[in-house]
Design a protein around this ligand. Sequence first.
Ligand SMILES: CC(C)(COP(=O)(O)OP(=O)(O)OC[C@H]1O[C@@H](n2cnc3c(N)ncnc32)[C@H](O)[C@@H]1OP(=O)(O)O)[C@@H](O)C(=O)NCCC(=O)NCCS
Length: 187
Amino acid sequence: MINNDVLVGRTVRRATLADLESIMELERAGFDPAEQWAAAAWTAELTGDDRRVVVAETGDQVASDQMADDHELGDQVTDARIVGVITVQVLVPESDLLRVVVAADQRRRGIAGELIDAAVGLAAADGARWMMLEVRYDNDAAIACYGRAGFEQLTTRDDYYGPGSHALIMKRYELAAEAARGAGQAS
Ligand SMILES: CC(C)(COP(=O)(O)OP(=O)(O)OC[C@H]1O[C@@H](n2cnc3c(N)ncnc32)[C@H](O)[C@@H]1OP(=O)(O)O)[C@@H](O)C(=O)NCCC(=O)NCCS
């Protein structure tokens, strides 16, 4: 969930259009050209009423609960670098995890897990009861990451991404508990 004060040196916050270029850098570095989303696609994510986009940002000055209390969301980070992004669609009672990417030099530090928790908290606060996603069957890192985040494999879709490139459909149930925990924090 969105909770700036618990992370030293890293914060998780709602994204704005001002983050588009940083998000595009992550996109270009994180996916093969054929799989990359265009700036127009990310603009639609950042402006869509049913979308929730969250970024993880590293910076020098996220250091204490007091600082988080004294500043508006995002203001306390200087020399910030966006190191991860997630977007979800919320169509109550369902939500869908559409994209998550973390900078290559920042992986295996729990950033995707934090982004997923934040997105789940926002979706749950809006009333979503479960979250779905599709992932390429050979994307071992993402499948492991989603499993760690509580997603279970539901089914498969053959040739979903093209001939021979199948998808796993995964689902995380019972977001309601997240809604209770995230009440008042997710914004
Ligand atoms: C998938 C991705 C988002 C994971 O980001 P991350 O910040 O490294 O993930 P986390 O650090 O939160 O990992 C959480 C858990 O997922 C699993 N995991 C993550 N990457 C893994 C890998 N390469 N191999 C095996 N398990 C992995 C581990 O269980 C990990 O916990 P651990 O580090 O304590 O063992 C990242 O690899 C990425 O950006 N990939 C390219 C874009 C992509 O494929 N996105 C998904 C499809 S949209």
